[in-house]
Design a binder for this molecule. Structure first.
Ligand code: NAD
Ligand code: DAU
Length: 376
């Protein structure tokens, strides 16, 4: 079958990747979507069960660090676009095992860049290498207004009474200042992507997004972990005093931004993606508790007793806050969901999909896919 485009999406079996793959497979039947994923603990093909039979979808189990395999994929599928999401993504794991992060995030990205360069041989017309990065590369912002003040600019999806917890925001020109091994590895990969544009003319784009939430997120991250723990009446480990601030975006809004930027973003540009939606961890945790208790029919606030303050994460960044006005004004993107709607949908999804949660917490899905695809 002849396709209009052949797009390699890496990390498509993970949280954000699965939403991006689903969006592209459904929205663009004229594109061939090749999902390359190593299926680490974070990759789960059950996330894509609804589209796995689509005629324009192919899954390939591979490691982005395996340069020869990647080169072969470029040749075999005539890849003309890359959307690169594959990464080790959890800060706490990077503190325990930084080598895996350097390997996948830095060397893996380099391997993809080099494979694209070799395959495209300077014939860059219509080609695109889109690298998905994070706001964590910018470092941490100060909490200058601990109680919050009205945000200087908002969108219809802003929430939490449009609060900002400081006057500074990350813009596309903010100097990189990563603090964790995770963010240092992502920063390094961003530099390699830009270097391949500046040195070889590779048609690259980088985006830096704030914290995502929604269905299919691995329950080591704050929101799904806490929903699952409340359901099982387990302690909710709040790092430090719970005062750190994160800027939350519903994952499908990120996927829509990726679609728009892949098609209409300007080559060599950086776009920040975020919904102007800052929450102090402890306030967010209370919203989660309230929502889960209500949906489970528990008395209001019953699960607040599960809050357990624990030793802080090493090097814990205080505040992230993205200024996404460039993306909004240049490409007309804006988040579609109010935070309350997003949280309600998310909590409902995890409560309705206990089987998915049980599988990923037990590792059963990995044993199943090892049998199917081998354990390499
Ligand atoms: P995730 O951990 O849920 O998924 C990562 C995926 O990459 C998994 O499917 C995993 O199997 C795959 N993978 C890991 N190592 C691989 C390798 N060596 N070769 C091939 N595949 C490999 O991550 P996520 O939260 O979906 O994040 C996706 C991307 O978005 C990452 O690059 C991350 O840095 C970035 N990002 C995440 C967030 C967030 O809030 N989750 C925010 C901004 C940016
Ligand atoms: O900002 C974008 C980043 O968001 C992405 O690049 C990362 O891949 C993604 O994991 C996320 O990083 P965070 O470290 O912000 O997410 P996490 O869910 O791990 O933690 C959110 C906040 O909650 C953070 O301040 C730490 C705190 N926390 C987290 C966990 C897991 C707790 O207090 N207790 C917990 O058990």
């Amino acid at each position: 079958m002849d396709f209009k485009r052949n797009i390699l999406i890496t990390g498509g079996a993970g949280f954000i990747g699965s939403h991006v793959v689903r969006l592209f497979v459904r929205k663009y039947p004229e594109y061939h979507i090749i999902n390359l994923d190593k299926l680490t603990y974070a990759g789960n093909l059950a996330n894509l069960a609804d589209i796995e039979q689509a005629p324009n979808y192919t899954f390939v189990k591979a490691d982005i660090c395996d340069f020869e395999v990647i080169c072969e994929l470029f040749r075999k599928y005539h890849i003309d676009g890359v959307i690169h999401l594959a990464a080790e993504s959890h800060v706490d794991r990077s503190i325990k095992d930084p080598f895996t992060f350097a390997r996948t995030n830095v060397m893996g990205t380099l391997s993809l860049l080099q494979a694209a360069k070799v395959a495209w041989e300077g014939a860059y017309d219509g080609k695109r290498f889109y690298h998905i990065s994070t706001d964590e590369v910018y470092g941490a912002l100060k909490l200058t207004h601990p109680e919050g003040v009205p945000a200087p600019f908002t969108t219809k999806a802003s929430s939490n009474d449009d609060m900002a917890y400081g006057t500074e925001f990350f813009v596309e020109t903010t100097k990189y200042n990563p603090h964790s091994p995770y963010s240092a590895s992502k920063a390094s990969s961003d530099h390699f992507v830009r270097a391949f544009h500046d040195t070889f003319g590779l048609p690259t784009i980088v985006t830096n997004c704030s914290n995502n939430y929604g269905p299919y997120q691995f329950p080591e991250k704050l929101i799904p972990l806490f929903i699952n723990n409340i359901r099982h009446n387990k302690p909710l480990p709040v790092y430090g005093k719970g005062e750190n601030v994160r800027d939350w975006l519903y994952v499908e809004d990120h996927a829509r931004a990726i679609d728009l930027i892949f098609h209409e973003g300007r080559i060599a540009e950086t776009y920040n993606i975020g919904g102007f939606n800052e929450w102090k961890n402890i306030d967010l945790i209370k919203v989660i508790i309230k929502t889960v208790d209500r949906l489970l029919g528990n008395p209001e606030g019953q699960s607040e007793k599960l809050i357990t303050y624990v030793t802080d994460r090493l090097g814990h960044d205080m505040r992230y806050a993205i200024d996404s006005r460039k993306l909004q004004s240049e490409l007309g993107w804006e988040p579609s969901l109010q935070f309350e709607e997003g949280i309600e949908k998310t909590v409902k999804w995890y409560l309705d999909n206990q089987e998915w949660l049980d599988q990923v917490t037990s590792g059963d899905y990995q044993r199943y896919y090892e049998r199917m695809y081998g354990d390499k």
